[in-house]
Every structure is written in C-alpha cells, then in structure tokens.
Design a protein around this ligand. Sequence first.
Ligand SMILES: NC(=O)c1ccc[n+]([C@@H]2O[C@H](COP(=O)([O-])OP(=O)(O)OC[C@H]3O[C@@H](n4cnc5c(N)ncnc54)[C@H](O)[C@@H]3O)[C@@H](O)[C@H]2O)c1
Length: 442
Amino acid sequence: MKEQILPAEGKLGILLPGLGAVASTMIAGVIASRKGLAKPIGSYTQTGHIELADGKGDNYPLIRDFVPLASLEDIVFGGWDIYEDNVFQAASQARVLDQHLLNAIRPELEAIKPMKAVFDRNYVKNLDGKFIKQSANKWDAAQELIRDIETFKKENNVNRVVIVWTGSTEKYLEQSAVHETIASFEAGLKNNDPAIAPSMVYAYAAVSSGIPFINGAPNLTTDIPAIVQLAQKTKTPIGGKDFKTGQTLMKTIVAPGLAARSLGVTGWFSTNILGNRDGLVLDDEQNFKTKEVSKLGVLEDILRPDLHPDLYGELYHKIRINYYPPHGDNKESWDNIDIFGWLNYPMQIKINFLCRDSILAAPIVLDLALFADLSQRAGMYGVQDWLSFYLKSPQTKQGEPAENDIFKQLNTLKQVLRDMMQGQTQELPAAVNRAKATEQVV
Ligand SMILES: NC(=O)c1ccc[n+]([C@@H]2O[C@H](COP(=O)([O-])OP(=O)(O)OC[C@H]3O[C@@H](n4cnc5c(N)ncnc54)[C@H](O)[C@@H]3O)[C@@H](O)[C@H]2O)c1
C-alpha cells in the first residue's frame, strides 16, 4: 500500500448498468451539487472527516482533502438500461427528487442516454424492457459491452472508468461448477450457461478490461471464484454486495449497541413496504430470495450466538418485503425487536423508519465509485472488503468472515485510508499540510 498513489488526473467515467431510481438520483445529485443547487449529504467522501493518529493541531481533515479522490467536477456519467429513457426521464419517472430540481438540470440529465442492455427476462421476470442487445451468446454480449466501454471512453475523453451495478436484483442463483475458474466461466459464456446471469456478463466485461466493478444488488455477480481470479489476473478492484440502506442500515447500527450492553435478543421481525420498480422486481419470489439471503446474515454475524448462547442462542430473525405502489420510493419499514435484560426480564423496541430508499443509496454509489477508483490508483486489487461499510452482504476475501458491525466497518475503512497515505511522497493535501504546520509551531 505504500507505493505511490497515482493522481486523479483527467476525467473519471462512472458507468452504471441500470439507470433507474438509485442511479438517476445519484447522477442528479452530483450534477446539482456541482452547480451549487444542493449538497451531497450522506456522502462520506464529500462531507466526512478522518482523525489522524497523533492528535495534534488540525488533525481532522476532510476525507477528500486527505486522500486524492476524483473531484465531482471531473466525473462523466453513462450506463445501460433495458428502457430507452434518458436520465431526465428516468429520474422523473422514479419520482424521488422534486421536478423543480430536475428541471434546473434538465439538459445535463437529458444528455445521458443509456446504451442497450444485456438482459434476459429469465433472471428478472417482472420487467419487460425492449432496449436490449441481440447477441448470439453471452460471450458476444460481453464483447459488445467491452466495445461500449471503449466507445464511451473515447467519446467522453475519459482517462479512467469504474462500474457500479445499479441494475435490478436478479433471481436467486447459487455458485456452481461454471463459476469455478476463468476457463469454465468463459466456456459457459460461449455455451450460454443458465448459471451466468446478465450482471455476471457485465462484471466479466469490466474486470477483463481492468475496470473496477462494484455490485450494489444482492446478486452473486462478482462473488464467484472466476471473477475473483480474473480480478487478480487483471489487477482490478471488485466488491459487493447490496447497498446498505434502510432497514439493514438501522439493524447494523442498533445491533452492535445491544451487543455492547450484553442485552439478549430473542426475536427480530422486520417488514417493509415499498412501491418503486425495485419493489416490483422483489415481488417475485425468486428475486426476493436473493434479497432475503443478503439481509439475513447480518444479525448472526454481529451478535455471534456461537459465542453468546445465553444472549442470542434463541434468536428468531424474520424479514418480509411487500410491494405497495402508493408508497413509491418512500419505503416504510417496521422492526419489532424482542430483547431481555437483567434476570431475563423482557423488553421490546419498535422502529418505524420512513425512509427514502434512493436518497439513502445515492451517496453510497458515489462513494463506492470514488473509492474503487482510488483503490485502483493505489495499486489495490481483488476484493475490496474495506468498503464493507457501504454493503449489506459484504463480499470478503476467500474464507474470511464478513464484518457487519457498521462501527467496525467504518474503523476499517478509515484505517485503510490512513495506511494508504502513509509513506506517500507526493505533496500532502492542503488540510494535512495545515495540520503539519500547526504541529511544528506547537
Ligand atoms: N434503493 C436502495 O435503497 C437499494 C438498497 C440496496 C440495493 N439496491 C439495489 O439497487 C438496484 C437498483 O435499485 P433501484 O431502486 O434503482 O431500482 P430500479 O428498478 O429503479 O432501477 C433498476 C434499473 O435496472 C434496469 N435493469 C435491469 N436489468 C438490467 C440489465 N441487465 N442491464 C441494464 N439495466 C438493467 C431496470 O430497467 C431499471 O431501470 C436494485 O438491484 C436494488 O435491489 C437498492
């Protein structure tokens, strides 16, 4: 990590397979922030600080002053979708942001038009878009995506590209033989193996071209040995899965607190209603299963019933998601948590979170894209598990357990940034220079 980090020179392309609610909310937010019309609230890269170890002077710089991140001014957006809507249309239809704000940045949003998607309805039954590549097989589809990326780079004069999957949740798939090696996966692409979902075709196209790929949905996608091996071979950062927003965000904030106070938990019932397109997709049992598996692991990992059988040995965890169109993107979630304390006396906690799904997800997409680009310039490749902070079901390096406690995840993220900057010979960013100057005076 102590090797020189390449500077964030030139433009960074952020390509998004899936230009729906989350992607359009993120893009509109970045453009509005650039124009001074809004603030990038919720984005750790834009508003967060980091403590530096010696505790002297101004040792609490902004993250973006401390590490060399691409600036919002230097980002160019693009993507793919199965609907031909440009980003203004997609954002208007998602009804997450005020039309007033969208109108103020309409030309910029209209200029971002999707490329034709690699899609197969067998993996997302509830969608029927027609803006789809007609490739002979999955291998050809991957080659077409690689050409799309090259064309995007040339047309936009972009130096670097990262891809964040903001496409729909695909049906549940388990790892199988075709996912085992690069060779078996490439053969599977050529044979149209049904265990290769469209998101995996995008991941293959990106990683084989050395382009970082982060998966924001609960699909397997990059979490298979073939893509992990490919990432090692092409020295490419990868990561996933599933943006940590809404109910799981709350869960990973509350559960570590209960565990810290040695309070027992017998049950945690979580239910949601949401009415956006994501909710429609998850209304299908096969697609819901993918989401359910991603959400279920969180509590066991944090509470560790294996270490604390008296406190969590009886834990019953149930999750439901219901499609309810009148709520649109404004998800409502309820949690009933049955806990117990001193001498087993029972208590209950009720959480009713009226959240906005895409408002919580948008800054995560931005941060993941910026950090994935930073990883690549810092020479870090393979699974970027230090980004678990943002993810519901973190992909880890082989055999390593996932960390779900949001506070431990944040500490890890900060420590990686500190390690990354240690021994850097490049000129230190302004805030850190200020801190050093104060130190000398003291
Ligand atoms: N909003 C959140 O809080 C949140 C949290 C965690 C994960 N996610 C995940 O993020 C993803 C996006 O969520 P959203 O609310 O924007 O959903 P959305 O339905 O509004 O957008 C997804 C878009 O992906 C497109 N799409 C589907 N398959 C595609 C393919 N193969 N290629 C290109 N485009 C494709 C769809 O047409 C749609 O426009 C979903 O998988 C969702 O589960 C969202």
